[in-house]
Write a protein that binds this ligand. Structure first.
Ligand code: ADP
Length: 939
């Protein structure tokens, strides 16, 4: 052991760069300790002790050469080992010893100068042979590598099973450990297997001569005795059994003994530059491997023998490399063994060392990588733990649970939580105390508590009770919309009288772009309420309104609770957009019913969200819904709302909106002031008349936006030295900004021919003028012919409208029979009725009177009065029934320049409700029976 430690320094030196060139390593002889990392160092000690022992009882043949002192101290032993032992041993090794027992080994050949431990477990004959040899003081064996690595047999059948070149080894130690015979072999030189020795020879050899017996008994000495000392009992007791085994084995021809001869090298001179360079390269490579793999370095410490100067002994250097490398396969190593030329062997050794280096580099980089990752994680963990402790020490942060609960308590302090909610919160807080912070239940509980404490229990924004302020705000933002503004002022008045904040559900319905959504924001401002908007258009999942149950992964409360969390008050204004487009009942429930629960004043004081599972009071929320078609709002929902009609605008109104609001909005967003851009009234009028004829002002807003954008580009493109002059957009240059007009003429017909009458229609986009064209397919109607006429209808009409055509025909026939009893026109004529804009689907009964008029006009071949429009459902007896959308229809009639309009008598009130500016300059006649209309049709 000690000699190994002492040599460590030298070995390192040997691998230092300086060594390669100048420093020589003069190592003392000693036994190397190796069994390819199996042979324990203890062998080293045992071996050395035995060979230098001066005890006469153990002395044997070498006894006289050993130091005389009894049990020398270890230091002295070591020095003996280093200086003398190998010499003693070498002196006793015969130069020529051809017949040796054969030990076949697997995987790694044993190279000269190194030690290997070999166990014989099964083969009794071999054991017996070895024992005999040791007794005869011929403790030598030939160690050969098996050709087949998977061959587990201890004794081969023929020399073809082993490689021909092996090593001549000296048995340093033999131990009998139960059935196992352990041999420690020290290899001396290469030998070549010549031929196997016959069984009979072996038998002869196993019977020692008298002389041998004598000398054997006398000279059992070191090995023989040592073996008996190690395990005398086993050896003695198992002898009988082994003899039986041996008899069994002897029946088969096996390779126990072989005749060998010493292997001849082709030496290489270390004076030769090539040899020297290769050796230096090998040492250099080994040094690099040691730098990469400390384990390799340790192995060298164990292997490198001080007596062998690697830099002067190329043979030893090659064998050292072959013994050291782990990555080479048995064939490569055996090649090293068999190579006669030492120079070639050096090249092979260099190759093996380089290969080992590559593997070591790879291993090193992998280890480094893994190490780095582990270290980083470890470092992070340590720092985090330290941070936690530091924060705790400074009182900055308590542990997770305490922090969460503290934060929740802090939030709850500012709220007036009702008793039923507080109960749930307390229960949940108790529950969380017992939960593991990393468990999923913990995060669910934590999330739940977070939401429970986020509801603004008992928090209200201060409601505006000043009517003038509210009015000013509403007027400033929106032109017109009288009904809506009045309704809001009434609402404020009621709140003032009640001295309490209340809720309500209003529904603003009308065509797009009339300001339904934008006024809701102004209302919120006027009332001093927080504003929250969500759209239910296309919504199909109830959970969006009522929330998910907490058990689902990623569960969330519904929109209303999210709204309360966001606005932080219990009395916000909530705008629910597009209620007429809410999805129907389906797989995820019926959202309309959920919305009903939310909006029903009877129920919403205790609104129950699935996630929160605690009733929340929504009775103070002002809900404003918007819809384009009020008829499509689900009935029960419509029932609970107060409907406010926001119909389209007239050209004058649009002009006012554009001048007072839209232009100003654009000025704000583009920063173009009045000195840079102005739009003349005339330009705006053309814009309204020829570009944007829809009911709302969204399109108009887009056009104004376009003008501002184009102007901004023009101004930005001007050179800096020519400061911008004012751009004026007028009737002449309007096309430069917004392109060619979309509508050239106001109407389809300037003067209507017989059979063409203007009706008034209502669509979700507002009112429009709708012509009904009726023509005779066959010009000359032969009233005497007995063939009946026909009626063809086109123009993408719905079922109701098609039925309306048939009703109108009957009514027209009735009227014509009164007016012109002799006429057979409707019976014989082939009539085609068409409603233009065939791509637009049309349906509804309100074109009844127009259809009758158109048919009569054709039948009488008289054009109806010009600038005339009409609307009304017709009954079979000629009654004119009321229709909807009067405001939109009147606006549309004015837009196309009509001066006379026929309306059903029952729509009188609707018309009366219209503002004066819409009604003025319009001659409206209310009719109950169609005849009343017919009287004036051709005036
Ligand atoms: P809707 O919700 O009815 O479809 P919006 O409220 O979105 O329409 O209005 C579209 C644009 O028209 C908004 O920029 C709005 O300011 C403007 N607008 C509509 N009506 C008016 C109005 N009466 N006065 C001022 N601006 C209006």
């Amino acid at each position: 052991m000690l000699h190994i430690r002492r040599n460590t320094g030298r070995i390192f030196r040997c691998l230092r760069p300086a060594f390669a060139s100048s420093q020589r390593l003069a190592c003392a002889p000693a036994v190397n300790v190796i069994d390819r990392a199996q042979c324990s160092q203890s062998y080293g000690v045992t071996i050395s002790r035995r060979f230098y022992s001066s005890n006469p009882a153990e002395g044997g043949e070498n006894g006289d050469q050993a130091p005389k002192s009894n049990e020398p101290p270890e230091e002295i032993e070591t020095s003996l080992v280093q200086s003398e032992f190998n010499e003693i041993e070498k002196a006793n090794i015969p130069e020529d010893f051809p017949d040796v027992p054969i030990l076949a080994v697997s995987r790694y050949p044993l190279f000269p100068g190194f030690i290997k431990k070999v166990d014989i477990t099964k083969d009794a004959t071999l054991k017996k042979l070895i024992r005999k040899r040791v007794d005869l003081r011929q403790p030598y064996v030939g160690v050969f590598l098996k050709k087949d690595n998977d061959n587990r047999a201890e004794v081969m059948h023929s020399i073809s099973d082993i490689h021909s070149v092996g090593t001549f080894a000296h048995i340093l130690e033999m131990r009998e450990n139960g059935p196992v015979m352990e041999l420690v072999l020290s290899a001396h030189r290469r030998i070549r297997m010549m031929h196997a020795i016959e069984q009979s020879e072996i038998d002869k050899q196993q019977k020692p001569t008298v002389n041998q017996r004598r000398s054997g008994n006398k000279g059992r000495g070191a090995i023989g005795k040592a073996a008996q000392i190690v395990n005398p009992v086993t050896t003695e007791t198992s002898a009988g059994a082994e003899t039986a085994e041996a008899v069994e084995d002897e029946k088969q021809p096996l390779l126990y003994l072989g005749h060998t001869e010493n292997f001849k090298h082709v030496p290489a001179s270390i004076q030769d530059d090539k040899t020297k360079a290769t050796m230096q390269a090998i040492v250099q490579t080994i040094r690099q491997i040691v730098a990469l793999s400390p384990l390799f370095g340790q192995q060298i410490h164990l292997l490198l023998h001080p007596s062998n100067n690697v830099s002067e002994n190329p043979v030893y250097l090659c064998d050292l490399v072959a013994t050291l490398v782990q990555s080479s396969n048995p064939e490569e190593l055996q090649k090293m063994m068999e190579e006669p030329s030492v120079y070639q062997r050096l090249n092979l050794a260099l190759h093996l060392a380089q290969k080992e280096k590559t593997v070591a580099e790879l291993k090193h980089s992998i280890t480094k990588d893994v190490e780095k990752r582990v270290q980083e994680q470890h470092r992070k963990y340590l720092l985090q733990e330290q941070l936690k402790i530091i924060k705790k020490e400074l009182g900055m942060e308590k542990d997770d649970k305490a922090t969460i609960l503290d934060r929740i308590d802090e939030k709850l302090k500012k709220l007036t939580v009702p008793e039923h909610a507080m109960k749930v919160i307390t229960e949940e807080k108790n529950k969380i105390q017992f939960l593991e912070p990393h468990s999923s239940e913990f995060s669910i509980s934590r999330n739940y508590l977070d939401w429970l404490s986020s509801v603004p229990w008992g928090v209200h924004s201060k409601e505006n009770t000043d009517l003038t302020v509210a009015k000013t705000i509403l007027d400033a933002r929106h032109y017109g919309m009288k009904d809506v503004k009045e309704r809001i002022l009434e609402f404020i008045a009621v709140n003032i009288l009640r001295k309490k904040v209340g809720g309500k559900i209003l529904c603003l319905h009308g065509p797009p772009g009339v300001g339904k959504t934008s006024i809701a924001r102004s209302i919120a401002e006027a009332l001093g309420r927080q504003y929250f908007r969500f759209s239910v258009g296309g919504m199909t999942d109830v959970a969006e309104i009522k929330g998910h149950r907490r058990t689902y992964v990623g569960a969330m409360p519904g929109k209303m609770i999210q709204c309360l969390k966001k606005v932080g008050t219990e009395n916000p204004l909530v705008l629910i957009d597009e209620v007429d487009k809410i999805g129907g009942a389906g797989f995820h429930g019926d959202p309309a019913s959920a919305l009903l629960e939310l909006l029903d004043p009877e129920q919403n004081a205790n609104f129950n969200d699935h996630f929160l599972d605690v009733p929340v009071d929504l009775s103070q929320v002002l809900f404003i819904c918007t819809a384009n078609e009020v008829d499509r709002v689900p009935g029960p929902l419509k029932d609970r709302m107060e409907l406010l009609d926001v119909s389209g605008y007239l050209a004058e109104e649009k002009l006012a909106i554009a001048q007072n609001h839209l232009v100003q909005q654009e000025r704000d967003s583009t920063s173009l002031n009045a000195d840079q851009l102005s739009i003349t009234q005339e330009a705006l009028e053309i814009l309204i008349k020829s570009y944007c004829r829809e009911s709302g002002v969204r399109n108009l807003q887009k056009q104004v936006e376009k003008i501002f954008r184009k102007a901004a580009l023009k101004i930005a493109e001007r050179p800096a030295e020519d400061p911008a002059g004012m751009i004026e957009v007028n009737a002449d240059n309007l096309e430069d900004f917004v392109g060619r007009p979309k509508y050239i003429s106001d109407r389809l017909y300037e003067t209507t021919p017989p059979g063409v009458v203007m009706g008034l229609a209502w669509t979700a986009m507002g009112g429009s003028a709708l012509y009904i064209e009726t023509v005779l397919k066959k010009r000359n109607v032969d009233e005497k012919s007995d063939k009946d006429g026909s009626l063809e209808v086109t123009g993408n009409l719905g079922d109701v409208m098609k039925e309306s055509v048939r009703t109108a025909l009957t009514v027209a026939k009735g009227i014509l029979s009164k007016e012109k009893p002799e006429s057979q026109f409707f019976e014989k004529a082939h009539i085609h009725i068409h409603v233009p804009e065939g791509a637009t689907p049309k349906d509804g009964p309100s074109a009844g009177v127009t259809l009758v008029s158109s048919l009569l006009s054709l039948a009488l071949n008289k054009p109806v009065a010009q600038q005339l429009a009409m609307t009304g459902e017709i009954s079979l007896t000629g009654k004119v029934l009321p229709v909807g959308g009067i405001r939109e229809k009147i606006i549309a009639a004015r837009r196309v320049g009509c001066t006379r309009v026929f309306l059903p008598a029952e729509n009188k009130r609707d018309f009366a409700d219209l503002p004066d500016y819409i009604r003025k300059d319009l001659q409206v006649q209310f009719v109950q029976q169609y005849e009343e209309l017919f009287e004036h049709l051709f005036e």
